[in-house]
Design a protein around this ligand. Structure first.
Ligand code: ZN
Ligand code: ZN
Ligand code: ZN
Length: 133
């Protein structure tokens, strides 16, 4: 069985448009729930697999939250970037940091590593959430 049939394309489109309707990082479970709400029957296993493939190809950003669960988001920026994520409300800020890029590649090179990649997410409490406490 291949992954390129029309059925798969339809499911990928459904997953993509559900992602487009949300600004927050969502888990496969969350997205599966959203698809069900609008009456789109995409199996949970397919949602997992589709999100995994999209993350691998760079079509979506993936973060692994502190609870270990992967969460996904269609980001505005297609260039490499990082995220500040509020643990309370899930608000996300996309950030770039040239110093982090330089550190990562210098440090990898110092250990003889080539063809390196990295992900870096910073979790915290956003200003709005901190003020409403
Ligand atoms: Zn992003
Ligand atoms: Zn917040
Ligand atoms: Zn980076």
């Amino acid at each position: 069985m291949t992954d390129t049939g029309p059925r798969n394309t339809r499911q990928r489109r459904a997953v993509e448009s559900a992602l487009r309707r949300t600004d927050d990082f969502v888990s496969a479970q969350d997205l599966h729930g959203k698809l069900r709400e609008i009456g789109d029957s995409v199996g949970l296993a397919t949602v997992y697999r589709t999100l995994g493939l999209m993350a691998e190809s760079g079509a979506v950003d993936m973060i692994r939250a502190e609870d270990g669960e992967a969460r996904y988001r269609l980001c505005e920026s297609e260039d490499h970037h990082h995220h500040l994520v509020c643990r309370v409300c899930g608000r996300t800020v996309e950030v770039e940091e040239p110093l982090a890029e330089k550190w990562a590649s210098d440090m990898a090179a110092a250990h003889g590593f080539t063809d390196v990649s990295h992900t870096l997410e910073i979790f915290g409490t956003c200003l709005t959430c901190a003020e409403s406490r």
